[in-house]
Design a protein around this ligand. Structure first.
Ligand code: B12
Ligand code: SF4
Length: 456
């Protein structure tokens, strides 16, 4: 048994977010916590973003815990906050090692360390084995040869080679969800959830596709998946131990492996849990018969990444899907009595007025129950980020991406036109006679967000 160390695993706060912005806590950190605890380490697990905790409260809790290692997780959207937490903790606890993991660290590790003197190391790729090896090297500070690390060696920043991916995900312990105080009642599912308590799972790692807008720096192209048996065990635990009544399967590839999907559905049908679930799907993967099985197993909603209704824009985005395939899948899911949400991106390379019109046309023609429209944010690690200037121009930092304003303009597009197009898109979708009732309900539940969406 190695030395017992004190490890704080923290998702940093989202600046300005209050209690209303609550979401579900990080699966990655709950998984890493389970792995560290299995080796005898003592873990403080907190998700300030999901729990709506303030910066001050988060830092105070970490400092009171007196960790040997502070492990922060960040996307490009939360990197500034992670850096600020690291700086504050470093000041209070100069001996604590500050490590950053997650998509931003994997995409741009070296420049992140260069910009953040309080961070000692950035973890690239899958975290479990690298974290354990690093803990095995503490309290010393020589991480030479620890694969998956980019680290500060005095004045120098050193990059170790990438670590091979875990060969069998099923050997991982179940996430340590109970490490989050108040789990699951204290957290809320993202918009669209119907029941509570809710939780989520990601059942595969890596993706063989190469959509230009997507950052796959953490897991890359090779795919590993949890088995149906592992997934069912994780679901059983959530239901029996935590009373979870709604679950999100967040990975794009959840529906891609038909035999596994069938075994999960059959297992859920047998169990008769009081559980409904939602999932993401790629449009080519599922037919009506499978959608019906999913419905029988408790699935109520499928979210499809449509991105665009224009064939040329989809091809340039390397989506490897055509509008006709998307249309077929949406109709099949609808016939199977599933709610179907479509996600569109505005501002993809090659987008012009005609392409926008095709996207709106597709959304109006198909039986979508709801749509989401985001402006393209060229995130570090994505191909659009590397080729941003070739395909258009940045007008703000991608880390500032939110749904309110464009940060990137493809050639020939203006920020005003894109902003207007998004309002027009939402208006034409929602202000149809058959949708007015739903819009009214939405307004009652979220008045300000609904008015903002419609540009009022
Ligand atoms: C679920 C999810 C969400 C949930 C998050 C729920 C939560 N509390 O975490 C919701 C819907 C809220 C969400 C929101 C957003 N998301 Co999101 N999301 C995902 C998704 C689909 C799964 C994340 C996950 O759990 N993966 C499984 C875990 C095990 O993998 P992981 O998080 O990468 O963790 C591993 C390693 O990175 C590492 N690691 C991670 N953190 C740490 C920390 C330490 C200390 C260590 C040692 C290791 C380590 O070890 C882990 C295990 O191996 C990913 C895509 C994907 N497949 O990963 C996108 C993804 C993370 N999201 C992304 C984005 C862009 C966003 C938004 C900015 C979208 C928006 N415009 O609003 C927001 C930002 C939210 C935020 N506060 O950061 C991008 C991030 C890209 C980037 N460069 O930053 C991703 C990668 C999608 C993509 N391919 O582009 N998201
Ligand atoms: S958007 Fe989905 S399908 Fe495309 S590369 Fe990313 S994870 Fe894969």
């Amino acid at each position: 048994m190695p030395n017992t160390l004190r490890v704080a695993l923290i998702n940093p706060p989202v600046p300005g977010a209050g209690r209303r912005e609550k979401s579900l806590p990080s699966l990655a950190l709950a998984q890493l916590a389970a792995v560290a605890r299995a080796q005898g380490h003592e873990v403080l697990l907190r998700d300030a973003a999901a729990g709506g905790a303030s910066f001050k409260r988060t830092v105070n809790e970490i400092v009171a815990f007196q960790p040997d290692l502070l492990g922060l997780s960040a996307t490009s959207a939360t990197i500034q906050s992670a850096r600020a937490v690291a700086a504050a903790v470093r000041e209070a606890l100069p001996g604590c090692l500050c490590l950053l993991g997650g998509p931003h660290a994997s995409a741009v590790p070296r420049s992140t360390l260069e910009a953040s003197p309080a961070l000692d190391a950035a973890l690239v790729g899958e975290g479990e084995e690298t974290l354990l090896e690093l803990l095995g090297r503490l309290p010393g500070r020589n991480f030479s040869g620890v694969r998956g690390l980019v680290w500060r060696d005095g004045q120098e920043i050193r990059s170790e080679e990438r670590r091979p991916r875990l060969s069998d995900l099923n050997l991982l312990p179940l996430p340590w969800w109970e490490g989050y105080p108040g789990y699951p009642e204290g957290f809320r599912a993202a918009a669209g959830g119907r029941r509570w308590p809710a939780s989520y799972l990601v059942t595969s790692r890596g993706c063989p596709y190469r959509c230009t807008f997507c950052d796959r720096s953490v897991f890359g192209q090779s795919v590993t998946s949890f088995s149906a048996e592992y997934i069912l065990r994780a679901v059983d635990e959530m239901v029996r131990r935590f009373g979870v009544r709604e679950l999100d399967f967040e990975d794009d590839l959840f529906t891609l492996y038909e035999p596994r999907l069938r075994r999960v559905c059959e297992g859920l049908i047998e169990r008769r849990h009081d559980l409904i679930w939602r999932c993401h799907a790629r449009a080519e993967a599922v037919g009506e018969e499978l959608f019906r099985l999913m419905q029988q197993a408790g699935c109520r909603q499928v979210t499809l990444g449509v991105e665009s209704g224009d064939e040329r824009v989809l091809a340039l985005a390397r989506k490897r899907l055509r509008p006709a395939q998307i249309a077929e899948t949406v109709k099949a899911a609808h016939r199977a009595r599933l709610k179907v949400d479509g996600f569109f991106i505005l501002g993809l390379p090659g987008e012009d007025d005609a392409a926008i019109e095709k996207s709106i046309g597709l959304a109006l023609e198909l039986p979508f129950d709801d749509i989401g429209i985001a402006f393209l944010a060229p995130l570090p690690g994505s191909e659009v980020s590397d080729r941003a200037e070739e395909w258009g121009r940045m007008v703000a930092g991608a880390e500032l991406a939110d749904t309110a304003r464009p940060v990137y303009l493809p050639h020939g597009m203006t920020a005003e036109r894109l902003t207007q197009a998004r309002i027009e898109f939402y208006r034409r979708f929602h202000l149809r006679p058959r949708r007015i009732g739903r819009l009214f309900c939405r307004f009652i539940a979220h008045p300000r967000a609904t008015l903002r969406m419609l540009g009022v």
